[in-house]
Ligand binder design. Structure first.
Ligand SMILES: *Cc1c(COP(=O)(O)O)cnc(C)c1O
Length: 715
């Protein structure tokens, strides 16, 4: 008989698989062991369990009566890992033992694992989690950034400072990835200026393994050891070397691991070198000519493009490409121009830089944008790649982004879902009928749940503001004033996103007089929480952040406008779970999709957004609020002015009156109706299970060379 595992062993096993991060029961156990330490260790269970060895844990578990909870969680995890009757088993069976390889430059799985910067990474993390839940054979490929993305500190003057925290692999659920021979995998990628070497880590995300390349090994020179230190740091040369490692190195790593992907999914163009290495391998192994190997490799390629902003597409000059791809180019039997042409819209235009997005389009048969509107924009943007086709025939479809429900749904709201929605609703998140049942929730119950989440956010915001102020030299006594900022009874609007100019964080401030009036209306006040980072090299973005910060310091807005530093997954979770309204006012059509508003939907908040990205296809007049009429003006200044006016009008004439229109029980009945409409009409579409199922049906199964196995043709 097997020896019974101790609760410490069980928790260590749980902490070694990121599955715990989307299980409220398991996070609840870690928190219960030591709430203070849990918070000070940035919710890292490996560090917590290092502090709490077997004996100390045993004592705590007795005090808190945790044994049965730990045993139940462990059992549930084992069952999850062993389950065979999954959606993927039925619908993605054709992929069989050859998985989808999902390449991404960042993965946002949890705040304790800082290898993401923002939306793209969080989307990739959610994709892996849903692929795991659905039982899709898929492996992730990325880079291990040991300094990650920066921590944002805002100084007393409102200027962003960046700090990097060194991550120790031992503190993370990383294991050395081993090949079929049992030896740790190491790869090297040749360049004209020497080879770059990397080791490979494995992280388990439920049933999905994620492989991360790490150049910090003695075989590399000091510069290359720092190659994978930071996300989106450094110059073009660093960038192309990182992308070489991700794409070419990633394919080599899979080969060393004995994994032969059936489909290659490139999440954004950063990994577009991957197909080139696959082509080289086909030519070498099967003796194919370049054209034939390209055609066959492209068949298994899926490419998701993520931005309609021109500067968002990586472009490199020819010399840099030749320095890094030269050796591979020889393996492909291409001449200099032959390779350069793969990255140009017009292969013969020598002045055109090498674009990773173009390369990705040319090396994958299936390409998609991330919302319906983004699809339209992308087809227009890239039409010159297919000059013989009309715009509607440009082969770029769309699969709208979605969010992983268990990751973003608040525990209290989940309790409500469990009572109101059909049993095992979380296994059927793509079905409209399941979510339609939310209409039955009692108004008082929904409102109480929301209020309690809002209170939690406000308490958290006060705590963070206090820390921020003290770090900037404020005395304890002075910092006490933050103990009563934000009023739980007043309308609370959240705005958190990267400070890129097109996101227009300062649109609200165009008419300061009106803003002051609505914020300080004595009977119907409005309050705002802002958060967001600017790219370290983007002084313009930092100025926008500073302007917002100054607003929050203005005595006129004291306690009604706050700026919280260091927007990350943890702060994001608090915000999306606690706000009444989520504001998003990008310059249409530059927001490809956006996902933070979808997280808000799950938790009962309402979106107030420009009809851009996902919101353009989500808003139906009853499930949130729209800014503008969905038109685009050729003159940017005119468009900004119009949108600013519309934003203020909608706030003043729709949002505020609806929120403060209370019945005799002090309930805003019509507001609550809108909350219900939001969850019931949007939940089923804008979640990551639906998104991954769409990828399986529309991209993975066709790219695997099989027609769908689930469709039976009627005689
Ligand atoms: C969800 C999320 C994002 C992406 O949200 P957008 O709506 O695209 O801005 C960015 N950062 C964090 C931390 C998130 O959780």
């Amino acid at each position: 008989m097997a020896i019974q595992k101790s609760i410490h062993e069980k928790l260590c096993e749980l902490a070694g698989n990121m599955w715990w991060s989307w299980q409220p029961d398991v996070t609840g156990i870690f928190r219960a062991i030591d709430p203070r330490m849990w918070s000070s260790l940035a919710h890292n269970p490996i560090l917590l369990l290092r502090e709490y060895g077997p004996d100390k844990l045993e004592i705590r578990a007795r005090e808190e009566v945790l044994h049965s909870r730990i045993n139940a969680a462990y059992r549930e995890w084992r069952e999850y890992m062993e389950a065979r009757d999954t959606w993927g088993g039925t619908h993605a069976g054709v992929l069989g033992f050859r998985p989808v390889a999902y390449f991404s430059a960042e993965f946002g799985l949890h705040e304790s694992f800082r290898i993401y910067s923002g939306g793209l990474g969080v989307l990739a993390g959610d994709h892996l989690k849903s692929a795991s839940d659905l039982g899709i054979p898929l492996v992730g490929v990325g880079l291990f950034y040991y300094e990650g993305y920066f921590t944002q500190l805002v100084d007393a003057n409102g200027w962003q400072q960046e700090e990097y925290i060194l991550a120790n692999p031992q503190d993370l659920p990383l294991r050395e990835a081993k090949g079929p021979n049992g030896r740790p995998v190491q790869i090297s990628v040749p360049t004209r200026s020497g080879a770059i070497h990397a080791k490979v880590w494995r992280v388990d995300v439920g049933r999905v393994p994620l492989y991360l390349l790490d150049s910090n090994i003695p075989e590399n020179n000091p510069d290359d050891r720092r190659l994978t230190a930071r996300l989106y740091g450094g110059d073009h040369r660093t960038r192309i070397r990182q992308e070489l490692l991700l794409g070419v190195g990633g394919v080599k790593a899979l080969a060393e691991l004995g994994i032969k992907p059936r489909v290659v999914h490139m999440n954004e163009g950063h990994s577009a070198f991957a197909p080139l290495e696959l082509i080289r391998m086909r030519m070498q192994d099967d003796g194919l000519r370049f054209d034939d190997a390209l055609r066959e490799t492209a068949t298994m390629g899926v490419f998701t493009t993520h931005t309609p902003v021109a500067a968002g597409h990586d472009r490199f000059d020819g010399g840099l490409v030749e320095e890094h791809l030269g050796p591979l180019r020889e393996g492909l039997a291409l001449d200099y121009e032959g390779l350069q042409g793969l990255g140009r819209v017009d292969p013969h235009n020598h002045g055109e830089p090498f674009c990773m997005t173009v390369l990705a389009f040319k090396t994958s048969r299936r390409a998609n944008a991330v919302s319906n509107l983004h699809g339209v924009v992308s087809r227009r943007m890239w039409r010159d790649l297919w000059p013989w086709r009309s715009e509607e025939e440009i082969p770029i479809g769309h699969i709208t982004n979605g969010v992983h429900v268990s990751t973003w749904l608040a525990q209290q709201m989940r309790v409500l879902y469990d009572r109101i929605l059909p049993a095992k609703w979380y296994l059927k998140t793509g079905e409209p009928e399941v979510w339609a049942a939310f209409e039955r929730v009692k108004a008082t119950e929904l409102w109480e749940t929301h209020q309690s989440l809002k209170n939690r956010l406000i308490i958290y915001a006060r705590y963070r503001l206090g820390l921020q102020a003290k770090r900037n030299g404020m005395s304890d006594r002075e910092a006490e004033k933050f103990q009563n900022v934000l009023d739980p009874q007043a309308l609370l609007v959240g705005f958190a996103r990267r400070f890129a100019p097109y996101k227009r964080a300062d649109l609200l401030t165009r008419d300061m007089e009106l803003l002051e009036k609505i914020i300080n209306d004595s009977s119907r006040p409005v309050q705002f929480i802002f958060a967001g980072k600017a790219h370290p090299a983007d002084d313009f973005g930092k100025q926008i952040a500073q302007r917002i910060y100054k607003l929050s310091q203005d005595p006129k807005f004291q306690g009604r406008v706050v700026f919280l530093e260091d927007y990350d997954i943890n702060l994001g979770r608090h915000l999306v779970q606690g706000v009444d309204v989520w504001l998003n006012n990008p310059r249409r059509p530059l927001e490809a999709s956006g996902t933070s508003g979808q997280k808000v939907v799950l938790n009962g908040g309402l979106n107030l957004s420009v009809l851009d990205g996902w919101w353009a296809e989500a808003y139906d007049g009853t499930n949130g609020f729209a800014i503008g009429d969905g038109l685009i003006h050729a003159n940017q200044e005119v468009q900004d002015t119009r949108d600013a006016e519309s934003l203020m009008n909608v706030l003043r004439d729709e949002v505020i009156p609806l929120y403060y229109d209370r019945d005799h029980d002090d309930l805003p009945q019509e507001w609550i109706d809108r909350m219900k409409r939001s969850v019931s009409t949007l939940g089923w579409r804008f979640n990551a299970d639906r998104m991954v199922m769409d990828y399986v049906k529309e991209s993975y199964v066709p790219a695997s060379g099989s027609t769908s196995c689930s469709i039976t043709v009627m005689p």
